[in-house]
Write a protein that binds this ligand. Structure first.
Ligand SMILES: Nc1ncnc2c1ncn2[C@@H]1O[C@H](COP(=O)(O)OP(=O)(O)OP(=O)(O)O)[C@@H](O)[C@H]1O
Length: 292
């Protein structure tokens, strides 16, 4: 499978630089991670051909983004804010979108939609009106419409925003299964979304690429810097003043605190294996130190 190669992409909105000369190699299930305003949506919308390229280039095998018609045939897109007509049945809605996408033959369309709604686990709800669906179901309808035409590239922007924990977990494994035979780009600022769903990660901040690589390579940015220590509740505040606390968990009267520090924070602290979230935090913190 080819990768999407982004080279020297730059995007300005008047004085605001949303993307600053970024280069990426997007393959497999690929997570775009970055804080608010990093440039994720701008990049995603550019890859989806919704924003023009003024500087830089994007290619996929022999296909260049200059030929937006060729690119669009290969892309399915679920935007951050996805909504549909509230008063029609979900299956009718998908049928309508399939016609708009050019799946004209009725038999073929019916078969394809049936396959897709099974794939996204919505078959039992196909006759419900859109307004009767939960947030998670609606996101899955969003994926269903993006899968029409069996695109080689699927792009999803903030896929789990507004979903409860159970729906999130379900949605991540759905993305994982869909990504087996195509490129799936997932943009998010929720690290857990990528921990399970993605093999490759690009980290953006302020329109720049901070790092790109396999998930474990990103985790390794925090190698030797993640500590776990047990403290009493009143010690947490002073720890927080001196170190970056990643998480804390109450166990009986004590707390197990996970924190980021270049040096052993307390004699009782143990070094632990970094996760993706830790590597991401280490990258962001390094960038802040360098910028100050
Ligand atoms: N249409 C626009 N006009 C002006 N500035 C814009 C526009 N779209 C994005 N920007 C700016 O470009 C930068 C990148 O925004 P973008 O939405 O791509 O970031 P993001 O990583 O998706 O953030 P979020 O996670 O908050 O959605 C921000 O500073 C934003 O204010």
């Amino acid at each position: 499978m080819s990768s999407i190669v982004v080279k020297g992409l730059t995007k300005h909105f008047k004085q605001n630089t949303a993307l600053d000369n970024i280069s990426l190699n997007i393959k497999g299930t690929y997570g775009l991670l970055g804080p608010n305003g990093a440039g994720k949506t701008t990049l995603i919308r550019t890859i989806a051909t919704l924003l023009p390229i003024s500087k830089g280039q994007i290619t996929y095998g022999k296909i260049s983004w200059e030929d937006s018609k060729e690119v669009r045939r290969r892309i399915g897109y679920l935007p951050q804010h996805f909504s549909m007509y509230q008063n029609i049945k979900m299956i009718e809605c998908l049928n309508h979108l399939a016609i708009l996408k050019g799946v004209i033959d009725k038999k073929h369309r019916t078969e394809e939609l049936e396959k897709i709604i099974h794939q996204v686990n919505l078959y039992d709800h196909k006759d419900k009106k859109i307004k009767q669906l939960s947030g998670g179901m609606l996101r899955r309808v969003g994926i269903a419409q993006a899968l029409i035409g069996n695109p080689e590239i699927l792009i999803v922007d903030e896929p789990t925003a507004g979903l409860d924990i159970e729906e999130r977990v379900r949605f991540r494994s759905l993305l994982r299964s869909i990504g087996k035979n195509r490129i799936v780009i997932i943009s998010t600022h929720i690290v857990e979304d990528l921990e399970l769903a993605c093999d490759n990660i690009g980290v953006l901040k302020n329109g720049k690429v901070l790092a790109e690589g396999k998930r474990e390579n990103i985790s390794n940015f925090a190698d030797g810097k993640i500590w776990e220590v047990q403290v009493a509740m009143d010690e947490i505040e002073s720890l927080g003043n001196n170190f970056t606390i990643i998480s804390s968990k109450q166990i009986n009267n004590n707390y197990t605190v996970r924190l980021l520090s270049d040096k052993q924070p307390l004699n009782t602290a143990n070094l632990v294996e970094p996760r993706l979230e830790d590597g991401y935090l280490a990258l962001i913190r390094n960038d802040e130190i360098e910028a100050s």
